[in-house]
Ligand binder design. Structure first.
Ligand code: NAD
Length: 495
């Protein structure tokens, strides 16, 4: 029985199902953890417990691998056209239920309804994109340079995949992995973040309804991911680890995967520079900064983490940003007029506050915000800091919150040097009316993605990923994302 079916009844009050202890989803069946333990899910706006999900044991995890293995042969043998149609159906169902899914994301994550709706649209788009890619996987055929034989290259599904995702985009980080994996013919085990498991389970029910066969997608939640992941990676049938999360955990998992020589894709942390040149369109740069900084209240790996503004436009930009940030309505994400929701946990608020106080101690000026309120809920006010020194901790660490630190620069060379002064290299933003300068600077910034005169770059049709400590591999894009879930098999043929 599909225990989550009811939640898609549009007439039903959300509270009817969020208190339900959702099952682990293994082999197409919903079940509690084998020792009955649960993880509580907290609404970050109120700190109230809204649901409990099973806390998987090592035995449950082994069952999930077993289920993925049992389904593997039939799924890789399913015609690409059929796989494509199922993925397309996932897109359609997500789109039909966008409002319910957005409300659920907003509730467990805290992001505004507007951001949650944007996430559902983005997440669903991965199914549409990979429905189109599933039937376009092509091999290679050519004559060896020696003339002795033909080189035939076949692309095959890599095998069972472990997918681990963060809480900041509970739907999109999962579909960005599941859709290409299924298109390639792989079966998967998804381990979502325990802060936001409800969206992952809601989507599992939707995949089932779309026709994804039992065992092709399995979902488990755990409060102790280290040992459970290590056990899954030690199973010789598991051939892929695709992780999105912090660089620190990514390094641990790379080391764990190395023991078994498992292919890894790593989407890790960021520290994006946002560069505004004197010749930028001021209003466009401010619009872009608000999107790049405040989408998800700053809880995004691509969030503008350091704003470098050229001396001639600096004061006007700082004042414009202060005015916009100070005007934002802070509140529960689920309320229609909220423009900045809560952070995910109290620990996250404490980290943001530590970074702000460190910058202020080193000489930064607070233009607005800058202090955590004592009320219930994990809120932090939209904050703008000016004259943030380059030795402040926030210049080198992800803030992951609604804090915009501005620094002044004089010339192009200085902007590039300061932008590259980080171990990360995920995203960067450049504002200038001079396209040649924009392209020149883009080519010299050490980053996997650049937005030129835009505040947003994510697109399922473009390769998403970072360089340096921001990761390995790409998700989405033409060929890139799906290639992470396939192996090339070379066959030498004499004819
Ligand atoms: P996190 O690294 O703490 O957790 C990510 C996931 O890993 C969660 O599911 C968590 O339960 C799991 N995890 C934690 N410890 C583990 C272990 N020892 N073994 C196996 N799994 C483990 O990150 P987070 O706080 O959930 O997410 C925020 C981070 O994710 C930020 O650094 C952000 O930049 C990054 N992120 C990157 C991208 C990207 O595409 N590059 C996208 C979104 C978020």
């Amino acid at each position: 029985m599909n225990i989550l079916q009811d939640q898609f009844d549009q007439d039903q009050d959300m509270s009817d199902y969020i208190t339900f202890a959702h099952g682990l989803y293994i082999g197409g069946k919903w079940r509690p953890a084998s020792d009955g333990r649960v993880i509580e899910v907290v609404d970050p706006s109120t700190e109230a417990v809204i649901a409990a999900v099973p806390d998987a044991t090592l035995g449950d995890t082994a069952d999930a691998v077993e289920a993925a293995a049992a389904a593997a042969e039939a799924w890789r043998g399913t015609p690409p056209r059929r796989r494509s149609e199922i993925l397309r159906r996932c897109f359609e169902l997500m789109t039909e239920r966008a409002e319910t899914l957005a409300a659920l994301i907003s509730l467990e994550n805290g992001k505004t309804l507007r951001d949650a709706r944007g996430e559902v649209a983005y997440a669903a788009e991965f199914f549409r994109w990979y429905a189109e890619e599933a039937v376009r996987i092509s091999g290679e055929y050519n004559l060896a340079p020696s003339g002795a034989n033909r080189i035939v290259v076949d692309y095959q599904p890599i095998g069972i995949c472990i997918l681990i995702t963060p809480w900041n985009f509970p739907a999109a980080m999962a579909t960005r992995k599941i859709a290409p994996a299924l298109a390639a013919g792989c079966t998967v085990i998804l381990k979502p973040a325990s802060e936001t498991p409800l969206t992952a389970y809601a989507l599992a029910a939707l995949y089932e309804e779309a026709g994804v066969p039992p065992g092709v997608v399995n979902v488990i939640t755990t409060s102790d991911p280290g040992p459970l992941t290590a056990a899954m990676l030690a199973d010789a049938r598991v051939r892929k680890l695709s992780f999105t999360g912090s660089t620190g955990i990514g390094r641990l998992l790379l080391a764990e995967a190395a023991k078994h020589v498992i292919s890894c894709s790593m989407e890790l942390g960021g520290n994006a520079p946002f560069i505004v040149f004197d010749d930028a369109d001021l209003e466009a740069a401010l619009d872009g900064a608000m999107i790049a900084k405040m989408r998800n209240a700053g809880e995004a790996c691509t969030a503008a983490n350091r704003l470098y503004v050229q001396a001639g436009i600096h004061d006007a930009f700082a004042e414009g940003l202060r005015r916009r940030m100070a005007a934002l309505r802070v509140g529960p994400g689920t309320e229609a007029d909220t423009e900045c929701g809560p952070m995910i946990t109290r620990k996250a608020v404490a980290k943001i506050d530590r970074l702000v106080q460190d910058a202020v101690t080193r000489g930064a000026k607070v233009l607005c915000g800058g202090e955590a309120p004592a009320d219930r809920g994990f809120f932090y006010p939209p904050t703008v800091l000016a004259d943030v020194p380059s030795d402040s901790e926030m210049a080198h660490e992800e803030i992951f919150g609604p804090v915009a630190p501005i620094s002044r620069f004089e010339n192009e060379a200085e902007a590039i040097a300061r932008a590259n002064d980080t171990e990360y290299g995920l995203a960067a933003y450049i504002y200038t009316r001079d396209l040649a300068k924009g392209m020149r600077v883009a080519s010299r910034i050490e980053s996997g993605m650049i937005a030129l005169n835009r505040g947003l770059m994510s697109d399922p049709a473009a390769p998403f990923g970072g360089v340096k400590q921001s990761g390995l591999g790409r998700e989405g894009g033409q060929k890139h994302g799906i290639a992470e879930f396939m192996e090339a098999k070379y066959i030498a043929v004499t004819i």
